[in-house]
Design a protein around this ligand. Structure first.
Ligand code: RM4
Ligand code: MN
Ligand code: MN
Length: 430
């Protein structure tokens, strides 16, 4: 029998915290009411928010230098789902899972789907992997995959994506996300225009095979593993490709895939305006694709991104339907704790963005009052919406204090006995 967090445990832990939460909640409720905001409506928003968990985030990550495995890491996709259930149980907003193939390839898709189903989980996006060579693979991706100079290598990479689509359909997924490592390490190595043409040619074949109701997400990234150039380097190139492909193709924004200081919130606004925003891979970074927990380094940036998203939501931009997903790697923290923390931070930014006085902001924009426009945003960003988030979780059966309660449950210790180290396989990204 594998250990699972129970409703009774959550309720018991919450009972000890409820009185203080209620006090804070009531106080915040009256402060918000003075600003014309209904706290119950905000709780409702927080409750209905969803962000998907990446299966590859359940293991310990690593760097180019080393990976230090964590205790009781999941050894296969079923154990990853057990951990996803723990995350969901405590934070309540994460029923969706992004899968990475072949890392998560199941022997029986049917069995995996019902395993997820029994735990209130479902598969959101499929992710292909043509940035590594797998054991026994015929042709190498060392010099690229979907944009490779060799047609047979491209065909193999396309075939892998088609397998993901087929599997995704069986698992009830709704989208397919393609990130490639293709690019060049040295000036002159890659013919920029030809490589993009080859990439688009490959994507067209994948697009043509999309199952009914599926969306295709493509993810740009300016560097890494290629250090000089990448084939899908920025949002403009991504936008061009999604336009070329058709109405089911969208541009995915991974917050870590831009040069430092790039105005990501503006990229988000542009993609919304052009009807091509796929959604997000949320994470945070200081230098590059650091894959740190959401909101840990630049919470104001996360808020500004949500300011654009909520503005689009409230003004009912046609076709606006972004997929929210986490994509992070945990080198020194417990993955479950990090994923829960990120989920909470993403909901926090979402709720804070609902506090923005949009009529006032619009007025300050129209009258060119830069000072008051910023203050309007800061008023929302500096508000402590913690009690709203905690109340939303509590009412949905989740944890008032997810990390403390996770630690109190002894989950990791129990999993350490269930998942002996010798049978461990790498679950994270290196
Ligand atoms: C990439 C990118 C992809 C993710 C891989 C593991 O940098 O963010 O989304 O699937 O890492
Ligand atoms: Mn990503
Ligand atoms: Mn990344």
């Amino acid at each position: 029998m594998s250990f699972r967090l129970t409703d009774a445990f959550v309720a018991e832990e919450n009972a000890r915290r409820l009185e203080w939460l209620t006090q804070d909640y009531e106080q915040l409720g009256s402060r918000l009411a003075r600003r014309g905001l209904d706290i119950e409506a905000l709780v409702d928003r927080a409750t209905r928010f969803r962000v998907a968990v990446p299966s590859w985030g359940l293991g310990t990550g690593g760097t180019r230098f080393a990976r230090f495995p964590g205790e009781a890491e999941p050894r296969n996709v079923f154990e990853k789902l057990e951990d996803c259930e723990a995350v969901l149980k405590l934070v309540r907003v994460t029923p969706g899972i992004s899968l990475h193939i072949p890392w998560d390839r199941p022997e029986s898709p049917k069995e995996l789907r019902s395993f997820a189903d029994e735990r209130g989980l479902f598969f959101d996006s499929m992710n292909s992997n043509t940035f590594q060579d797998q054991p026994g693979q015929k042709l190498s991706y060392k010099f690229g995959s979907l944009s490779h100079t060799d047609a047979a290598t491209r065909a193999q990479a396309i075939e892998h994506n088609l397998e993901c689509l087929e599997l995704g359909e069986k698992l009830g997924a709704r989208s397919h996300t393609v990130w490639i490592g293709d690019g060049g390490n040295f000036p002159g190595q890659v013919h920029f225009r030809d490589a993009l043409d080859r990439y688009l040619g490959s994507l067209r074949k994948i697009y043509a095979a999309l199952p009914r109701g599926f969306k295709l997400f493509i993810e740009h990234k300016l560097y890494e593993p290629a250090f000089y150039s990448t084939v899908l380097n920025d949002w403009g190139t991504s936008y061009h490709c999604t336009r070329e492909l058709g109405e089911k193709a969208f541009s995915l924004v991974d917050l870590g895939h831009h040069a430092p200081n790039v105005n990501i919130e503006m990229i988000v606004a542009r993609l919304i305006q052009f009807g091509k925003l796929a959604g997000f891979h949320f994470n945070d970074s200081k230098y590059g694709d650091d894959d740190l927990d959401s909101g840990s380094v630049k919470p104001f940036q996360l808020f500004l991104v949500f300011n654009e998203l909520v503005d689009a939501e409230l003004s009912a931009v046609p076709g606006f339907d972004p997929s929210y997903m986490l994509d992070q790697s945990h080198n020194v923290t417990d993955p479950i704790e990090s994923l829960m923390t990120s989920a909470v931070e993403v909901v926090r930014a979402y709720v804070q963005a609902h506090l923005v006085d949009r009529a006032a902001l619009r007025h300050y924009q129209e009258t060119n009052d830069a000072m008051m426009a910023l203050q309007t945003l800061k008023d929302a960003f500096t508000a402590d919406v913690g009690p709203i988030l905690a109340m939303a979780r509590h009412r949905a059966g989740g944890a008032i204090d997810p990390v403390a309660m996770f630690r109190a449950s002894g989950y990791r210790e129990k999993k350490a006995t269930e998942r002996p180290a010798e049978a461990r396989r790498g679950a994270g990204i290196v």
